[in-house]
Write a protein that binds this ligand. Structure first.
Ligand code: PXL
Length: 279
């Protein structure tokens, strides 16, 4: 009997050598889930921008020549997952990439990486943020945190938006054209929630106990698990639940190791959780 064809995900994100974010998170997590992860770098950094100093090499000019060779190879992806973008021109490049390498079956996951805790990341310009709005229209699943959801919808930032504000944010994000939104890291009392909003109007809040510290790269770990699980056929709600559980477990372990918050989540210790059961 022929076995099921292995899936592949194109991960468009930066390569940061230290600090556990972007490609250094996505490649191991997606691979552990049994999926081939094919990276298209947007920038190369010594370490992420959450540290005081870093080397930053913008990869904009090299992205098209790089994936031209993928075109020649006739590649096609089951999912395209885009994360941190290094320049405004990369919005057009990612759009072109989606047109070239997807069909109606391809799941497009867009993590609009812009900031956290009410602050924009260093390398993000206002122009890039505005252009990211256009990119969201292509997403089957858009995964902003609360800060990013506020920036994208021109909503004043509050760490714990109330239900009516969240509803307005969801409506606005969906009006840009994406199919599903997952707003991550919504803090309420002693819980942390991820709100799934669908074009049908149906909303589901997936909550976890609020435990452990706030850490760099958490959104990247979350989106990587979500990308892997949805490509493996899991429902959006179950994928969000599993991503939230994986993140919570990794945060507890990282706190236990007394890892500095900038150094991210020591997810390596639980990568085994991503391995699917043998069929
Ligand atoms: O985790 C988000 C992220 C991704 N890539 C780079 C970053 C950050 C957050 O600081 O600096 C380069």
């Amino acid at each position: 009997m022929p076995s099921k064809k292995q899936k592949k995900i194109a991960a468009i994100n930066d390569f940061s050598g230290f600090g556990r974010c972007s490609l250094t998170v996505s490649i191991p997590i997606i691979s552990a889930a049994g999926i081939q992860c094919c990276p298209l770098p947007t920038a190369i950094l010594s370490n992420h921008t959450g540290y005081n100093d870093y080397y930053f090499d913008d990869y904009t000019d090299r992205m098209k020549p790089y994936y031209k060779k993928w075109e020649k190879l006739g590649l096609h992806f089951d999912a395209i997952y885009s994360g941190f973008l290094g320049s405004e021109r990369q919005i057009g490049i990612v759009t072109d990439f989606i047109e070239k390498f997807s069909d109606e079956e391809t799941i497009i996951i867009i993590d609009p990486v812009m900031g956290d805790n009410g602050r924009m990341y260093d390398t993000l310009t206002g122009e890039l943020c505005r252009s990211l709005k256009k990119l969201t229209a292509h997403a089957d699943i858009l995964t902003p945190n609360v800060t990013e959801a506020c920036i994208l919808t021109d909503t004043p930032y509050t760490s714990a938006p109330d239900e009516s504000t969240l509803n307005e944010i969801c409506e606005k994000l969906l009006s840009y054209g994406c199919k599903n939104v997952v707003i991550t890291g919504i803090v309420t009392d002693n819980k942390i929630g991820n709100l799934i909003c669908r074009t049908s109007g149906e909303k589901t809040l997936v909550t976890s106990p609020l435990i452990g510290s706030s850490r760099a790269g958490t959104g990247d770990v979350f989106a990587s698990v979500l990308a892997a699980d949805t490509v493996n056929g899991m429902s959006l709600e179950d994928s969000v639940r599993r991503a939230a559980d994986f993140v919570s477990k990794a945060i507890l372990l990282s706190d236990d190791q007394q890892l500095p918050s900038q150094d991210g989540l020591c997810f390596e210790l639980i990568l085994g959780d991503m391995i699917p059961p043998i069929q």
